[in-house]
Design a protein around this ligand. Sequence first.
Ligand code: CA
Length: 232
Amino acid sequence: MAKILIVEDEVKLARFVELELMHEGYEVDKAHDGRAGLEMAEQGDYALLLLDVMLPGLSGLELLRRLRRSKDTPVIVVTARDAVMDKVTGLDMGADDYITKPFEIEELLARIRATLRARQPAQRAPEEETIASGPLALNISRHEVRYGGEEISLTNREFSLLQTLMQNKELVLTREQLLEKVWGYEWAGDTNVVDVYIRYLRQKIDDHFGVKYLYTVRGVGYAFREAQGEED
Ligand code: CA
């Protein structure tokens, strides 16, 4: 399981987050000041750093700046409310994301999952990875979708949505699940956006090729199923 380093001088908060992360199955280390945090981050093999900005010894941003000389470990910066400059500076210096105190643990967990997920493709070996269903083939590494030999032009979001549905073939996914998987935490709007993108995919695949892959399950969500052909 992924190992996370919490760099946070508020001992109680660090302990609370540690327990929550452990409950989610992560391994956790903690540091309570900037210098110890930097040393651990440089020497350890962490999947992610949760990095408070206001730290004794060495500020979180300075820690991040120094860490980036040698390591590309994903970092979520924890800033005080309204510390806009810290967010901007943190992202400029190579943080993957930020979260503002006080935060809900669910939001933190969602951001951690999204950050770990976002880093996955770059770390994965560049092998050819294709998901196919009949003539429809989605090539993850080449970011390409074909039906028969014909290439289907999809936007990044359409591609991610189709990939998610195909990876969960025959399973019904709710709009909320699709939002979480495809749009991630950053989507603050309503779930109608899922319907809109399903419509785009239907136009480009089902309607265009006279097949049916994309099913609406009323009151639940959507499912990708093996194509039934034109008579369906
Ligand atoms: Ca602090």
